[in-house]
Design a protein around this ligand. Structure first.
Ligand SMILES: [Zn+2]
Length: 113
């Protein structure tokens, strides 16, 4: 991946994880990764729209998953998609806890933490 693409992804994300909003300055020991929102094994591209900046925890826990089970309804639910979904609609930080406001947000609580 070209350095210019990496720089553009990082700048668009405000140098923060697009899944939990952890800023790079608050993660001095781990560089935020460029990840594929739709994994390449499912046909995801290297285009800018399919790339997101992610902390190591979010990236590793998301892995190649596209969906999860909403713990409240047991419904199969798509994971948060940084290009399609608005973060504020699905998540809210309460102190040190990331709270899911929707099924998509609740998946983050179950799948990531
Ligand atoms: Zn994160």
């Amino acid at each position: 991946m070209e350095a210019s693409i990496r720089a553009e992804v990082r700048e668009r994300a405000g140098n923060a994880c697009e899944y939990c909003r952890l800023h790079q300055d608050d993660s001095p020991l781990a560089v935020l990764h460029i990840e594929h929102i739709i994994p390449k094994i499912y046909g995801g591209s290297d285009e800018l729209d399919n790339l997101a900046l992610a902390g190591i925890d979010c990236n590793l826990h998301k892995g190649t998953n596209l969906t999860g089970i909403d713990p409240q309804t047991n419904a199969v639910t798509q994971l948060f998609h940084p290009r399609r979904d608005k973060w504020e609609d699905h998540f809210n930080w309460q102190g040190i806890s990331l709270i899911g406001k929707t099924a998509i947000g609740r998946l983050r609580s179950v799948c990531w933490l």
